[in-house]
Design a protein around this ligand. Structure first.
Ligand code: KG4
Ligand code: ZN
Length: 334
């Protein structure tokens, strides 16, 4: 039977990425140009700077993805592109690049929601088993998604304020660590003890929603108080305590949802799923409940285009198509 070959394109934030994926499960190529070093200078992603670098990189990254895949444009079935959510100027570069390539090569265009991409990064590790619960935690998102079959998504919990990754980045900045803060906190926490009792926002009984702004403020206040008293900052303990608070809430709410839905699988995805504490605690909890857990390798946790091609494969097979009027959307429902 014929293989389904999809070129994925992702430019929603600060990675310009293109990848070719076979049958939604095999990565034939995965090209990423990261802008982290450029944005670090500014302490965060500057949207206008991001757009310019996407424009710079998009053509060469798409060519690289095609060249490394070992296939030709004629072998492709479709082009899948992140439509949103994300930085609008950044998204438009990918969307317009995809439209141009689809037009030139006479290929169908498939719009992809960024979050569904993160979820499908797990399909490179293990076939999805339904019903499943997916936790998507990144710089822009904290979402619990329930799936009963391929391509069907129900958001059952979301953050009411900051995303988990945003909290990592802001706490890191308070501790004087560079952007992106998540990996820095992770590293710093290795040497610390979770000795400080920072708050956990459980919200109402049974709620699957999240809130991280109270925790973020608690850490910032703690740091300011310590500095005012002239104490030397115990940064490793602060990092470990903050990380424990985040991971405890993420793990407990995910497990609660999984039990309620009688999930056959738990997926974790997005940049924060690279966090060593989140990974190890999630593994412990899932093992205790006897529910199989899938987390992508680090390189597929953060933004990439293989995940967009994987989700786009499902969209393609289900008949999702966009025409050349496709527009990027800064905010977009799943
Ligand atoms: O998925 P991603 O690359 O981009 C978005 O869609 O937002 O996620 C980036 C986020 C950043 O906030 C970054 O600090 C966080 O993921 N992150 C981590 C770790 N690695 C990346 N957070 C905690 N621990 C990590 N090891
Ligand atoms: Zn992302």
């Amino acid at each position: 039977s014929k293989k389904t070959m999809i070129l994925g394109i992702e430019t929603s934030c600060d990675e310009t990425a293109a990848a070719v994926v076979e049958n939604g499960t095999v990565i034939r190529s995965n090209a990423v140009s990261s802008q982290i070093d450029i944005h670090r200078r500014f302490g965060g992603v500057v949207p206008e700077v991001a757009s310019r670098h996407h424009v710079d990189q998009i053509t060469v990254i798409c060519e690289e993805a095609l060249n490394q895949s070992g296939i030709t444009w004629e072998d492709l079935d479709a082009i899948a592109v992140t439509q949103g959510p994300g930085l609008i100027g950044a998204l438009l570069v990918g969307v317009n690049g995809a439209k141009a390539l689809a037009y030139v090569h006479g290929l169908p265009l498939v719009p992809v929601h960024h979050i569904t991409g993160h979820i499908y990064a797990n399909r490179f590790v293990h076939e999805l088993e339904f019903p499943l619960i997916a936790l998507v935690v990144s710089g822009g998102h904290t979402e619990l998604v329930s799936m009963k079959e391929h391509g069907s998504y129900e958001v059952i919990g979301t953050t009411r304020d900051d995303a988990a990754g945003e909290a990592f980045d802001k706490v890191a900045r308070t501790l004087g660590l560079p952007y992106p803060g998540g990996p820095e906190i992770d590293r710093m926490a290795q040497g610390g003890r979770p000795s400080i009792d920072f708050p956990r926002a459980w919200l109402e009984e049974g709620s699957l929603d999240f809130s991280f702004s109270g925790l973020k403020s608690a850490v910032i206040n703690y740091v300011h108080n310590e500095q005012q008293r002239g104490h030397e900052l115990n940064s490793t303990d602060i990092a470990a305590s903050f990380q424990e608070s985040v991971s405890e809430v993420l793990v407990k709410k995910t497990m609660y949802a999984a039990k309620q839905m009688r999930a056959r699988q738990i997926l974790v995805a997005g940049g924060v799923s690279a966090n060593s504490k989140v990974r190890s605690e999630m593994e412990k909890a899932a093992r205790a409940q006897g529910i199989p857990l899938v987390i992508p390798p680090l390189s597929l946790c953060t933004d990439n285009a293989a995940m967009i091609a994987a989700s786009g494969t499902i969209g393609f097979l289900k008949g999702a198509r966009a025409d050349l009027s496709l527009n990027g959307k800064a905010s977009l429902a799943i």
